[in-house]
Design a protein around this ligand. Structure first.
Ligand code: NAP
Length: 249
């Protein structure tokens, strides 16, 4: 039984996971600029999340901080369910929370394999499971999954991350087919190398030599695509994985 009684005429809500910093924070600020109220999920960095909240509020939108680990289904439901039962159903869900733990497969531990799959792939499942029944009932919504270039090309040392992100792209296509009739559009964005903390420790000067546009991407390069995919302009786009990577192929 679905309890959510929909609140009409309120601002649309965008739930963005992993939005205390990096790409997720920029998506939160960009969607706030577009008129969305923000549900800002993060895992640990209270200070960074509060700073993003202040910036969202500065453009006149509401921002709720939702601290939970997307890999933990129980925690995810515990935080989201009361909000949804209160009648607030996000129009857009951006599954962005992610991290990498690189190692060559021959040395990769089970923990390194599992933890990366848990956050990058199970995190999508846990969050979407909580919200989708209500989106289906409302017959509208957007789901955007932040995958990676590693879903499409082989990057040594990232079998765990590539498997998770390629799984996310597959799930995007399958879910898009399942929910299209209810006017819910599901797409993935696959970033290349974007300037955020996640690149710490990588040989960036070497990497840049192999990017045709000759530079790293910026968080706004990804956030503006998320903004477009959440807009009416993208009403006929679903089941796609859009690569934004400076020309890497
Ligand atoms: P980032 O700067 O390291 O930020 C990661 C964010 O995810 C933080 O807000 C972090 O929260 C949150 N997070 C991590 N694990 C979480 C969990 N279990 N539950 C909830 N939140 C969690 O990373 P980013 O570069 O912005 O990456 C964002 C997404 O883009 C990821 O999915 C990443 O795989 C993907 N991506 C990034 C690049 C790139 O070059 N930057 C390229 C391809 C794909 P706390 O810090 O508060 O713990």
């Amino acid at each position: 039984m679905l309890k959510g009684a929909f609140v009409e005429n309120s601002a649309k809500i965008a739930l963005i996971t992993g939005a205390s910093k990096g790409i997720g924070a920029k998506i939160a600020l960009t969607l706030a600029r577009d008129g969305f109220d923000i549900w800002l999920n993060y895992r640990s960095d209270d200070k960074a999340a509060s700073e993003v909240k202040t910036q969202v509020e500065a453009v006149g939108r509401a921002c709720s901080l939702l601290k939970f680990d997307v890999a933990d289904a129980t925690q995810t439901t515990k935080v989201l369910q009361p909000l949804i039962d209160g009648g607030n159903i996000p129009f857009a869900v951006i599954n962005n929370a992610g991290f990498r733990k690189d190692n060559l497969l021959v040395w990769l531990t089970s923990e390194e394999w599992k933890s990366v799959i848990d956050v990058n792939l199970d995190g999508f499942f846990n969050v979407v499971k909580a919200v989708l029944p209500y989106m289906l009932k409302r017959r509208s919504g957007r789901i955007i999954n932040i995958a990676s270039a590693s879903a499409h090309i082989g990057v040594g040392g990232q079998t765990n991350y590539s498997a998770a992100k390629a799984g996310l792209v597959g799930a995007t296509r399958a879910l898009a087919a399942e929910v299209a009739k209810r006017n819910i559009l599901v797409n993935a964005i696959s970033p290349g190398f974007i300037e955020t903390d996640i690149l710490d420790g990588l040989p960036l000067q070497e990497i840049i030599k192999n990017i045709p546009l000759g530079r790293l991407g910026k968080t706004e390069d990804i956030a503006e695509m998320a903004s477009f995919l959440c807009s009416d302009k993208a009403a006929y786009i679903t089941g796609q994985a859009i690569q934004i990577n400076g020309g890497i192929c």
